[in-house]
Design a protein around this ligand. Structure first.
Ligand code: TA6
Length: 278
């Protein structure tokens, strides 16, 4: 089942249900903000304080950070790019079989985007909803000169409690600690007892998020950098659209092309960043 829905403020999204899972995807930002497998707790975290309104990114789910991840050089430009608050087009929806639904959204450069970033582009996000969730974000350069992007599928995962989780797949990996801007090396699994904001590099193994009663795995393609973030107590209080205790039930593991994993695309060249969550 695929249903087109609208909130009273005209905020549009589609709701998908098949025999394996259900999902909700907003037109703003091509933002998936629910993915729940049958008989399971939601996989994606969504803030109880999140607003669903145009011009504000949803806090939770999987925001798309593009064409830059993090702060822009020009401080007047928004953090994490602009496409998470742009309205995408539902290009195609299809029920492939009773277990799998495919949704394709597209966004092209416009007068509005060219004011923020002076390149012509085409973005396509393909989402496959089944007992796995797959996101494929394809960037195509439509200019006659190259451009450079950094980007992320900024996935917020729903967890039982931050003290219960550990993340495997980063042992011995170098990372940039975004809190100190120092290069460090991971030793063992990641656990959380303070604010964590890191760009892991040279990541090519499967990642697993181990929680009390389940393990969520993530496989990344077209990426060698992964951002891991939990705001912890103080930053959580300062974050927009988050409650003071939100940090307890979420962790971000973001499939990225960030920091030195930036990508340069020549005219007509494409690059696909893909995450499979299972
Ligand atoms: O990916 C981690 C991060 O860059 C953090 O530094 C943090 O502030 C977060 O993303 C959320 O950013 P946002 O712009 O959505 O408030």
């Amino acid at each position: 089942m695929i249903e087109y829905k609208k909130l009273s403020n005209n905020f549009q999204y589609i709701e998908v249900k098949n025999s394996k899972a259900k999902a909700k995807i907003a037109l703003q930002g091509a933002h998936i903000f629910e993915y729940t497998r049958s008989d399971e707790e939601p996989i994606l975290w969504i803030s109880e304080a999140s607003n669903f309104k145009y011009g504000e990114s949803i806090r939770g789910g999987i925001p798309i950070c593009w064409p830059w991840f993090g702060l822009a050089k020009d401080k007047n430009l928004p953090q994490h790019g602009f496409v998470r608050i742009f309205i995408w087009e539902f290009h195609n929806t299809s029920e492939i079989d009773k277990n799998t639904t495919e949704i394709i959204l597209k966004l092209k450069h416009s007068k509005q985007s060219l004011k923020l970033w002076s390149y012509k582009f085409e973005l396509e996000l393909k989402i496959l909803i089944s007992d796995n969730l797959t996101l494929m974000l394809k960037t195509k350069n439509l200019n006659d000169k190259p451009f450079t992007i950094t980007q992320a599928l900024h996935s917020y995962f729903n967890i039982s409690h931050i003290s219960e989780v550990s993340i495997k797949g980063f042992d011995k990996k170098p990372y940039l600690d975004a809190l100190t801007m120092k290069q460090k090396k991971q030793n063992g699994d990641i656990i959380f007892n303070k604010e964590v904001d890191r760009v892991y590099q040279e990541v090519n193994d499967e990642i697993s998020l181990k929680d009390k009663n389940r393990v969520i795995s993530i496989k990344n393609i077209g990426s060698s950098s992964v951002v891991v973030w939990n705001p912890w107590i103080d930053k959580c209080k300062r974050m927009s659209a988050m409650n003071d205790d939100s940090y307890k039930t979420m962790v971000c593991i973001e499939t990225a092309n960030a920091f030195d994993d930036k990508r340069v695309l020549k005219p007509n060249q494409s690059h696909t960043l893909e995450a499979v969550i299972f």
